[in-house]
Design a protein around this ligand. Structure first.
Ligand SMILES: [Zn+2]
Length: 432
């Protein structure tokens, strides 16, 4: 009996373990126009293919036409930093077995491609090497995929609009190559896989599924051999912009795409995470491990500012990811009962304020938590004989820096409890 129970437990877990559902973002212009669909992250170890659409989602505004963006359709593989932990997702568009762990996401992508509003599809990758028409060596050759716009065939004859795949890909290539490249050998090509006649593997792919359903589709491949993520994201964004120009989609952005530094700063801003609506952490500069984080036993709710944010529960801890980056690991201290309490009073640099839980408060010199029914625990401060650390004026020099949230030792946790209940956390950030 016990054995049987174990088997059933195992099976239900296997079925529960399908790839994580993905989010689709729709950016619609005020003026009507064409609709572009961008699929990112089909391969989990190709960060250019998911950081670029995530960047696009955050920093672009569409004025005319629409752009639909799915930045990361293969989240389990992205977290694992592997091509496809359930097999190659880009080989499942022709046939797929019912119990394939990617089936839900594959069906969702297919229905997006077939949506009658969608008029052109981009599938973003980092490919091996540098595509060249003639063989030069193992990195630069016709079998390589990197730095190319990929098409399955020259044309979709039945289409009036955007059916001339080769012409569009050539326009994109020429535009990219006219701009300044980070290295001369980064120049782009057009690779026609002639899928129907010559490439059985590609017949299983996303773009071939689209093309056979009369939807123009292209893969944008930056190179795995370019190790600088910022460079790859800039190339991907330049490609996307050129496709938008071809489609007469009008847009604006809140940064200079020709400024490497500016793109880099925005790209590596991982934003904040809100947990259970009563804790928040800034993920930039956060320590690799944080211990005794007051969490619930299950159903903890993680809300990320970054569209590539995910959490993974493993060995009793929560791993926090942005894309394929493990940003921090939270070791929980379990509080099954959470109290609800609207806000607390603090004195910050001499001014009394009310704050909700889950806020980050900037402090120049000192802070003091005013007395309330809640017990206060300032992590990194202790004084003999003090149970609740309220009504104390505290400065940065009162804090033990090892207990900071961040590597720069500016952020400290202030936690609020009553009886055995956790109410919430406020982060005190000392600024100079
Ligand atoms: Zn790929």
């Amino acid at each position: 009996m016990r054995f049987l129970f174990f088997i059933i437990f195992l099976l239900t877990n296997i079925y529960a373990n399908t790839n994580i559902d993905f989010t689709l973002y729709k950016k619609e212009g005020k003026e009507l126009g064409h609709t572009l669909l961008i699929i990112g992250g089909i391969h989990g170890d190709e960060p250019g293919g998911y950081f670029a659409p995530a960047f696009f989602e955050k920093h672009y505004t569409i004025k005319k036409g629409s752009v639909w963006i799915a930045p990361s359709v293969n989240i389990d593989s992205m977290i694992a930093n592997q091509r496809g932990i359930y097999g190659d997702m880009n080989r499942k568009f022709s046939t797929i077995s019912k119990d394939d762990k990617d089936i839900r996401n594959i069906e969702k992508i297919k229905s997006l491609i077939l949506d009658k509003e969608v008029e052109l599809v981009l599938n973003l990758h980092d490919g091996h090497g540098f595509y060249r028409q003639n063989y030069e060596n193992a990195i630069f050759n016709p079998r390589a995929w990197g730095q190319a716009t990929i098409i399955d065939q020259e044309k979709i004859h039945s289409l009036e609009k955007f059916g001339n795949l080769d012409e569009i890909a050539t326009t994109v290539r020429d535009s990219l190559n006219r701009d300044k490249l980070f290295q001369d050998h980064h120049y782009f090509g057009v690779k026609n896989t002639e899928t129907k006649a010559k490439d059985e593997q590609q017949q299983l792919s996303l773009t071939f599924f689209a093309v056979t359903n009369n939807k123009p589709a292209f893969a944008i491949e930056t190179s795995k051999n370019i190790t600088d993520l910022t460079e790859k994201v800039i190339y991907q964004l330049k490609s996307i912009e050129e496709f938008m120009r071809v489609m007469d989609i009008e847009f604006s952005r809140n940064f200079d795409l020709n400024s490497y530094k500016e793109v880099q700063n925005l790209l590596f801003d991982f934003g904040k995470i809100q947990i259970n609506n009563n804790i928040s952490f800034d993920l930039n500069d956060i320590r690799k491990n944080l211990r005794f984080i007051p969490l619930k036993k299950s159903d903890n709710n993680f809300v990320f500012e970054h569209s590539l944010g995910n959490s993974k529960f493993i060995n009793g801890n929560y791993e926090i990811y942005i894309g394929n980056n493990l940003v921090t690991t939270l070791s929980p201290q379990i509080f099954d009962k959470n109290g609800s309490f609207l806000d607390v009073d603090l004195e910050i640099d001499g001014n009394i304020i009310k704050s909700k839980f889950g806020q980050i408060l900037e402090v120049k010199k000192s802070f003091k938590v005013l007395k309330s029914p809640l017990r206060v625990n300032v992590i990194g401060f202790s004084k003999a004989g003090v149970d609740s650390e309220d009504s104390l004026v505290l400065t940065k020099s009162d804090m033990v820096s090892n207990f900071s949230i961040d590597n720069s030792t500016k952020d400290y946790r202030v936690e609020f409890y009553q009886d055995s209940k956790f109410y919430g956390m406020i982060t005190i950030r000392f600024i100079d």
